[in-house]
Design a protein around this ligand. Structure first.
Ligand code: TYD
Ligand code: MG
Length: 468
């Protein structure tokens, strides 16, 4: 019998090589190449060899009692969760939920499964990381001990699939986490690209065939990618990330890909003693911690998914003692910050070459919108001059490389949210009379970045000079 052929797969980028090497030619990472069997590690799926043979053994599912129902879209009743999925869980869909360890993925999914269970859907929670006793203990702490969720603690995929295939297929299954699952068609260890890919493939196939919604939990590596292959992201219908800063109680569930709903939708939760609770009005929370009027702070009126969200942007500009000054950013793109700094320098003569710049989006939110440019510039200029922006003022607008300020989408929704939260003024891009949003706020239109600087210099706030 011929010796089975071997291939070598990079655990970082998934590139395949014929022989082992210390460094991956594709992505340049060191020590990421491991040996795998070619047949199932091969791209594209196809019938899997070696999966015939012995039938999987039945694993024990612990009953929490309950009946079943099968609507095409399952709603958990946790609005923030349902909305991110595009209005509930679609039968037969596959969802990947990624996030740092300890951020609350298991907690969220246990709560969501309990909610599904209570609405009479048959749901299964398979933990590959925790023992039944641990999951039960967590459920008890969350007050969900009597929720009708079937629990299983198992990592052998064949056994799990054999169990799920028996009788009526469940409406939803959580696999926590995909990195702990393994299939005996591959010799490589759980968590390797080959295993993660093969297991995901089988689970997705199961979801499609039986109409069961499968939720895969995926851990995220230090550099923010789902550990193992990105290919899992392509296999599933929906990819959501659960993010947040440790030390902050806010958690944000963000859809980055969704075949069944709008992308980039967010849901906001708060982690407390009794698990995660919904935050139906995140703006109030994100700006709720502001300490009055101080320089270096600006309230950005943003749009996340379909919702307007107000969030505080804080900047600090300080004399640098380093040869290369520091640029530290939390919650925003550092490349975008460099651009705003370059425009301030080249178009407005405001050079920060010798100064450290710190930028922070309060509350642990991550902003991707270019509309935040003007708010960032406002916070920076305010920190430099020591003049605070009025505390009842929101600001938004996109900055072009020429220094001009461009209109952004959904201005009216942004202003409406600001008005709802008691703001009185807004600094926004200049627009034609036809585009001009109708609002009760006092508007200050800015045509270019120079205009913003002039405005901040002309109206030094009485309470200004707070933190510098
Ligand atoms: P967990 O859901 O285990 O995270 P993940 O599955 O993403 O690794 O979350 C664990 C963290 O959440 C842990 O640090 C404790 C915290 N936590 C609470 O603050 N309150 C709670 O009610 C629960 C269950 C967890
Ligand atoms: Mg977990």
């Amino acid at each position: 019998m011929a010796r089975p052929q071997r291939i070598y797969v990079c655990q970082s980028c998934g590139a395949v090589a014929p022989r082992w090497a210390g460094r991956c030619d594709s992505c340049g990472e060191w020590n990421t190449i491991t040996e795998e069997q070619p047949d199932t590690a091969g791209v594209g799926g196809g019938p899997q060899k070696g999966s015939g043979g012995a039938k999987g053994r039945k694993i024990e599912l612990v009953s929490m009692a309950g009946e079943s129902a099968e609507p095409p879209r399952l709603k958990s009743g946790i609005d923030e969760f349902d909305r991110v999925l595009g209005g509930g869980l679609v039968a037969g869909s596959a969802i990947l939920i990624g996030g740092d360890p300890g951020i609350g993925k298991s907690t969220l999914l246990l709560q969501a499964m309990a909610a599904f269970g209570k609405s009479k859907a048959e749901v299964v929670y398979i933990s590959g990381e925790e023992a039944i006793a641990q999951v039960r203990m967590r459920a008890r702490r969350l007050g969900l001990a009597d929720a009708p969720v079937a629990l299983g603690a198992e990592t052998n995929l064949k056994d799990i699939l054999a169990t799920l295939s028996e009788g009526k297929p469940p409406a939803a299954v959580v696999i926590d986490s995909i990195q702990t699952m393994w299939t005996d068609t591959l010799e490589s260890a759980p968590g390797t690209v080959g295993q993660v890919r093969a297991c995901s493939q089988e689970l997705v196939r199961f979801a499609k065939r039986h109409g069961t919604a499968i939720i895969l939990v995926g851990h995220v590596t230090k550099d923010g990618q789902i550990a193992g292959p990105r290919v899992v992201e392509h296999m599933v219908d929906t990819v959501v990330y659960f993010e947040g800063e440790r030390g902050h109680q806010f958690r944000i569930l963000r859809a980055v890909k969704n075949r069944f709903g709008p992308g980039n939708e967010i849901g906001v939760f708060e982690m407390g003693e009794l698990g995660l609770s919904e935050v139906p009005n995140p703006s109030a929370l994100f700006i709720g911690e502001r300490d009055g009027e101080s320089s270096g702070s600006a309230v950005f009126a943003g749009i996340e998914g379909t919702r307007p969200v107000l969030v505080e942007i804080q900047a600090l500009v300080a004399q640098s003692s380093l040869g290369t000054p520091r640029r530290a950013v939390v919650g925003w793109d550092s490349g975008r910050l460099s651009m705003v700094l370059a425009v301030l320098d080249a178009r407005c003569g405001l050079s920060l070459g010798g100064q450290d710049v710190y930028l922070n989006v309060a509350g642990g939110l991550r902003i991707n919108e270019p509309a935040a440019d003007l708010a960032v510039a406002g916070a920076l200029v305010s920190s430099i001059t020591g003049n605070a922006l009025p505390s009842d003022c929101v600001i938004f607008g996109e900055i072009a490389l020429s220094g001009s300020v461009r209109p952004v989408s959904q201005m009216e929704a942004r202003l409406k949210e600001a008005e709802k939260l008691g703001f009185k003024r807004a600094i926004l891009p200049a627009s034609t009379a036809r585009q001009r949003p109708s609002t009760g706020l006092k508007l200050t239109e800015i045509e270019d970045l120079g205009g913003l600087i002039a405005k901040l210099a002309a109206e030094p706030s009485k309470a200004g000079g707070g933190k510098r």
